[in-house]
Design a protein around this ligand. Sequence first.
Ligand code: GDP
Length: 460
Amino acid sequence: MNASSQLDGDTIVAIATAPGRGGVGIIRLSGGKALDIAQAITQLKLSPRHAHFCQFRSREGQVLDTGVALYFPGPNSFTGETVVELQGHGGPVILDLLVGTCIAHGARQARPGEFSERAFLNDKMDLAQAEAIADLINSTTEHAALNATRSLQGEFSAQIDALVQKVTALRVYVEAAIDFPEEEIDFIGDGQVREQLLGIIKQLDKVRAAARQGTLIQEGMKLVIAGKPNAGKSSLLNALSGQDTAIVTPIEGTTRDVLRERIQVDGLPLHIVDTAGLRDSGDAVEQEGIRRAWSEMESADRILLVVDGADSGHNNDDPGVIWPEISEHLTRTIPVTVIHNKCDLSNRPIGISESQGRTVIELSARTGDGMSLLREHLKDCMGYSAVNEGSFSARRRHLAALDQAADALATGRYQLENAGAGELLAEDLRLCQDALGEITGKVTSDQLLGEIFSSFCIGK
Ligand code: GDP
């Protein structure tokens, strides 16, 4: 797409400032008729990038407000089109009147996100950057806002672009070797391709880890509280959220449905899911609760596996032993933190330790002892301390695309190392490219063709 393809489209208008009353309220116009409409309203000839103090008039010539008009000619504007901002007084009625006047002059009301969408379509920013605008506006914490700003400035996109470039170069090499056998490039045997592939896999893993942290900070960590009935899951949820959200009773199987709770731990968002006591049950309602609990677990960022520490039968920290069904039900490996609850009954000291690579926390949900250890641990898991200059915001959509890209590379590696299948490797590299391209919305097959022709002298 280029700027001219959008310039002839509809002219859109919307209030750009937050709803409600304020000192200043801004109307934004974008599209081919934006300048004509603004000049009709201000009855001025607007010069680019100058602040014009003027009156805003209705179609009938009545003065509605006084303010400042700013004209940004395309393509050097936010959307890439002609953009005009009318800055008036921040009252909802007067701003609505101004929007109505723009519509009377031929503009139409913009859809949500349409200015950013046009900016993307006109190559002013890529998809990840456009998404970062929304994330910045919706940020609920300082960390999330600063991360979104870095994504908006293109930090995340730059890392994706760097990966795409490497994958493309490798694909070009592999495809050329296949298409021009007379060149006799033994790309399978010469080790170069493998080395480059492994390098890309490593780089992608780093971006995935950073994006994962970015997502957790932006969208919150999804925590599933799981364990056998009566281990104290509902009590733990209540202790974390500080509310009596879940019903706590000594009768097994009380929590029949999946409960969700959004809380913040030192400003970091957590989505907590408490699950029905996972056990075999003949009760249809309970069975449904159990089914939902397993499906919630599949999409969790971390599982808090609660064990009744006072029950000597559970003196083990291996989730597979505590709860053998866990490995049968879960299709991906989700990190588990083991919580030994009821330490007030077991007389075990509160504390945090590592066992077989897993964190084990002794606490009491009832007395609250040890809860601060859990909170600190959760902050660590979300990369609280790792929020730094290198971090950026990301969304689950990006994580899914990064996972797809990683899967494609893993398959490609297998094709290369085990099957010696160059064509299949080339196909996996293409899949990887497409998945990464989905993040920024940039990669097209035309682009790939261009790269092939420009980097190889086909006609030599
Ligand atoms: P769930 O079935 O896993 O959700 O367990 P609940 O949270 O409903 O707790 C089951 C029983 O254990 C209730 O009687 C709770 O009061 C009790 N309980 C939960 N946590 C603790 C704890 O840390 N100490 C003690 N002494 N009792 C607890």
